[in-house]
Design a protein around this ligand. Structure first.
Ligand SMILES: Nc1ncnc2c1ncn2[C@@H]1O[C@H](COP(=O)(O)OP(=O)(O)OP(=O)(O)O)[C@@H](O)[C@H]1O
Length: 283
């Protein structure tokens, strides 16, 4: 059995970078004026290459969403820089699509109209936008549910509409923040495989935040571990060289998967313990 995991030296330079976070510090103002700002992350260097799938894992509250929000242009760094395809990011990152844990579907629009709306806003004529939305809903297996409103769909079906809603705009980068968090285990697996299938067809750069190390290894090319905050930073990176295409249920049965899991967990568990020790709860 070949080596599947290689711990990558931190800050390894990559060429063709889609997302660059360099020396990033994000501090939030304190609720009271006299108190110092709260530094969530500090000294973060992270690159996502074009077409690369990177997962970020870390204890609760360490700053995973904060990093994603910085890459989305929703948060302005206190220090360091964010570059998108080599260009400094100013304002919203319009080359990225963003999928959150919570649904972003409009309750008064059908699945079809929810998927078409992004194109309509971008000026695509309604007929064409709806035709393309039909195609995307077909690809995510919802051809029979076009006219359903969000409340008439299951959690997994709503996630599939959300995925179609993001992918129809053909973003070059996908920023995903625990997108399958609220789903049951089987639906998470289904969604993971669907994501890999769609990603395999049109390799986007993906930055995927999850608290689930197994999910991270099953999906990603590289797993990045963040330490406990405050002033959290990246404490380790592992390349996942399990073959693709992967079935995310099957790949978890591989001995190489277990070896990699044990290796990464030996680093992660200390950070989780620090978070517990401060009374901030589970991962
Ligand atoms: N707007 C804000 N103002 C002040 N502090 C904030 C703000 N947003 C986040 N924080 C703090 O920054 C830290 C990082 O938060 P973040 O949401 O990025 O963590 P996370 O790793 O995504 O957590 P989880 O896994 O629980 O979702 C936390 O301590 C959080 O309380």
């Amino acid at each position: 059995m070949g080596v599947v995991a290689a711990q990558v030296p931190l800050g390894t330079a990559l060429t063709g970078s889609a997302v660059t976070l360099a020396g990033l510090r994000i501090a939030f103002p304190a609720p009271r004026r006299r108190e110092p700002p709260f530094t969530a992350v500090d000294g973060v260097d992270l690159e996502v290459a074009t077409g690369e799938f990177v997962a970020i894992v870390g204890p609760t509250g360490c700053g995973k969403s904060t990093l994603l929000n910085a890459a989305a242009g929703l948060l302005v760094p206190s220090a360091g820089r964010v570059a998108i395809f080599g260009e400094p990011l100013a304002g919203l990152n319009r080359r990225a699509g963003y999928l959150f844990q919570a649904d972003a579907l409009l309750p008064w629009r059908t699945a079809l109209d929810n998927v078409a709306v992004g194109l309509e806003v971008a000026g695509v004529p309604t007929g064409e936008a709806r035709a393309r939305a039909r195609g995307w809903l077909d690809r995510v297996g919802l051809a029979a549910f076009l006219q359903r409103y969000p409340h008439m769909l299951s959690g997994g079906q709503r996630k599939r509409v959300g995925l179609a809603q993001v992918l129809i705009r053909d973003p070059e980068i996908l920023l995903m923040d625990e997108p399958f968090g609220p789903l049951d285990a089987l639906t998470r697996q289904f969604m993971g495989n669907l994501l890999l299938e769609l990603w395999g067809a049109a390799r986007k750069a993906v930055l995927f935040v999850t608290h689930d190390l197994e999910e991270a290894i099953a999906l990603a090319d590289r797993v990045v571990i963040m330490g406990a905050g405050p002033a959290a930073r990246i404490i380790g990176e592992w390349r996942v060289e399990l073959p693709r295409p992967r079935d995310i249920a099957e790949v978890r049965l591989e001995p190489d998967f277990h070896r990699l899991y044990r290796d990464i967990w030996s680093t992660l568990r200390d950070e989780v313990a620090k978070t517990y020790a401060r009374g901030e709860g589970p991962l």
